[in-house]
Design a protein around this ligand. Structure first.
Ligand SMILES: C[S@@+](CC[C@H](N)C(=O)[O-])C[C@H]1O[C@@H](n2cnc3c(N)ncnc32)[C@H](O)[C@@H]1O
Ligand code: SF4
Ligand code: SF4
Length: 330
């Protein structure tokens, strides 16, 4: 029998990055379409439909070869019925078509595109405006209104001119969940306005428990601003998560992690994520970056201390895998 394939991510995701629109999230280097504008929105849809049809016919697009998200089609319902093709609507939109930020973290993977320039005033994306594209996608009925999950990444949304308008159009159309990753330096009043209208997940990468370490990593002296804003966010009916990226030579010690957990305790924040600096994967020795042995101690300490303080210590499955393998590439 002929093999057919499907990819859940391809059916669901539109990932708006600076130079391209991807059809799956940034952890895969999947198929993409060049810089969009409302006039060529048809190209985004056309390419997506072609990819879905190819998989259905058993053809694997070159960008998808070997991807672990590619599945053989056994039970997945077909999008073809009575010879008509009804494409699935996107239910995951990732917003990162801008790279400007009001700080410049030493580890930031996005900053190569912004030249590490700190931008204090809200401005347009250097690449394209997303609002007209989203309007057009709604008009073309390509977005699953009830099931939509939106992730704001970037850059930092506090300096994106169309941020509030984008949030508003998603709210107006009945979005299911909005996730906002931000550095927390500027308070975002729109979060307060939408907190009761949809599920709001605010994810703040603070990476430190003290003013000094914060300044070294984020390169701006704004620790107190973040703490003040966290106190405000903590009062809202939202999911508030803090994030700590282990950056070698900056915060990779038990003492620094302890200060971060103490800060969380003081602020009453219950959800934490621990990550490894992904830039480490670029410093390869003999084709791979070996996880330093003291990282294992840090993760164990983090899990135990968080549990002791009633904080949920999330570690992504992907990070657990890297730790188990002992390296980024194996
Ligand atoms: C590029 S940032 C943009 C959103 C926002 N400015 C922020 O920092 O949360 C999106 C996410 O990527 C994470 N990130 C950026 N560079 C990273 C790196 N080198 N390793 C791991 N995570 C990184 C940030 O911590 C953040 O959670
Ligand atoms: S199969 Fe993999 S690379 Fe291709 S669209 Fe799906 S997630 Fe992306
Ligand atoms: S706050 Fe986010 S976008 Fe800004 S430099 Fe840090 S990681 Fe990059």
């Amino acid at each position: 029998m002929k093999k057919r394939y499907f990819c859940k991510r391809l059916y669901e995701t539109l990932d708006f990055d600076a130079l391209k629109v991807f059809y799956c999230c940034g952890t895969r280097t999947g198929p993409s379409c060049d810089i969009p504008n409302p006039k060529n929105i048809k190209n985004i849809i056309k390419k997506r439909n072609t990819l879905i049809k190819q998989l259905d016919k058993g053809i694997i697009p070159i960008e998808c070869v070997g991807c672990f998200d590619l599945k053989e089609k056994t039970t997945q319902k077909s999008f073809f019925s009575n010879l008509f093709f009804t494409p699935p609507k996107a239910n995951m939109i990732i917003v990162k078509h801008f790279k400007q930020c009001d700080c410049s973290c030493v580890y930031c993977c996005e900053q190569y595109l912004s030249g590490r320039k700190i931008v204090l005033k809200s401005k347009k994306s250097d690449y394209y405006d997303l609002l007209p594209i989203i309007k057009e996608l709604y008009k073309q009925n390509m977005i699953d209104k009830k099931g939509l999950d939106v992730h704001f990444q970037g850059g930092n949304v506090s300096v994106l001119d169309e941020f509030e308008d984008l949030v508003s159009i998603f709210i107006k159309n009945g979005v299911k969940r909005i996730e906002i990753a931000t550095n927390g330096i500027e308070y975002l009043p729109i979060i307060e306005q939408i907190a009761e209208k949809t599920f709001v997940d605010v994810n703040i990468s603070i990476d430190a428990g003290t003013k000094e370490t914060f300044k070294k990593i984020k390169t701006v002296d704004k620790f107190e601003n973040v703490v003040d804003n966290l106190k405000k966010y903590a009062k809202l009916p939202i999911l508030l998560r803090l994030k700590y990226i282990i950056v070698r030579g900056y915060n990779d010690s038990v003492e620094e992690i302890e200060k971060y957990i103490n800060l969380m305790k003081e602020l009453g924040i219950k959800n934490s994520e621990l990550m490894i600096d992904q830039c480490d994967s670029e410093f390869m020795e003999n084709g791979e970056f070996k996880i330093p042995t003291h990282y294992y101690e840090l993760f164990t300490f983090y899990k135990n201390k968080c549990t002791q303080e009633g904080i949920t210590p999330t570690i992504w499955e992907y990070i657990e895998e890297i730790l188990t393998k002992g390296s980024f590439f194996k």
